[in-house]
Design a protein around this ligand. Structure first.
Ligand SMILES: [Mg+2]
Length: 233
């Protein structure tokens, strides 16, 4: 047993370790001009994000497949603005341009590096391989983590128990209450942690109100506060 309160951390990547919004903004704007649509205003980017969020919730509820949501989100967006664009082609371009502009939240890379060899650290991420391939390479996450689990490779996603079962069966055995999942997604990371029977830490930098019926063991607004949790403070 190590000196910390936990033996393993399951990190979420998008909007936890990494600032996914900056990847999203970069790729959306780039593709917008690539497809001859001019410059994407902030309002358009925001509108796309709202639609995108709605579709990802369909996925976590099991109402649509990943393939469907990826294209349908752009179908709905382009229809809303009466733009005639091939959504499938746009989605492909969009995914290949995500993961190019990487920004770490807080000093997450230094934290991962510091905790390396002191505690086991794994990343659990939903998202597509096209995106993850660029993102993980550019962020050099393989160098500081003990493993990375990508939902598309596993064939299930957060918050499903079978996704977590797959992860737990792939790593050394730890007591479930000595595993902590850290993430910004209540319906994915926190609910998934509850389903798996591990401890949960909600990363909530903007102090959003919690409206979901989930069990949150810890809440932090800065990733540095992970040390307080690990030290049992
Ligand atoms: Mg996230």
């Amino acid at each position: 047993m190590n000196k910390y309160k936990f033996d393993a951390i399951f990190w979420d990547i998008d909007d936890t370790l990494l600032d996914f919004e900056s990847e999203e903004n970069y790729s959306f704007k780039k593709c917008f001009s690539m497809f001859g649509l001019g410059e994407a205003s902030e309002d358009l980017v925001e509108s796309y994000k709202q639609i995108n969020k709605k579709y990802w919730s369909f996925l976590s509820l099991g109402e649509m497949t990943k393939e469907e949501i990826l294209v349908e989100r752009f179908n709905e967006f382009f229809k809303k603005y009466n733009m005639h664009v091939d959504s499938k082609a746009f989605n492909y371009a969009y995914l290949t341009n995500l993961g190019i502009k990487i920004r770490f939240n807080d000093n997450s890379y230094a934290i991962l590096k510091d905790l390396k060899n002191k505690i086991k650290q794994y990343a659990l991420t939903d998202g597509t391989m096209l995106h993850k391939k660029n993102q993980l390479k550019n962020a050099k996450l393989y160098e500081v983590l003990d493993g990375i689990f990508i939902s598309e490779e596993i064939g299930s996603c957060k918050p499903n128990k079978d996704f977590f079962d797959y992860v737990l069966n792939s790593i050394p055995k730890f007591d479930l209450d000595r595993i902590l999942i850290v993430g910004d997604g209540l319906k994915t990371d926190i609910l998934g942690g509850n389903n798996a029977g591990i401890k949960t830490c909600y990363f909530n930098p903007r102090h959003k109100k919690v409206n979901e019926n989930v069990k949150i063991d810890y809440q932090i607004d800065s990733l540095n506060k992970i040390y307080d949790i690990l030290n049992g403070n």
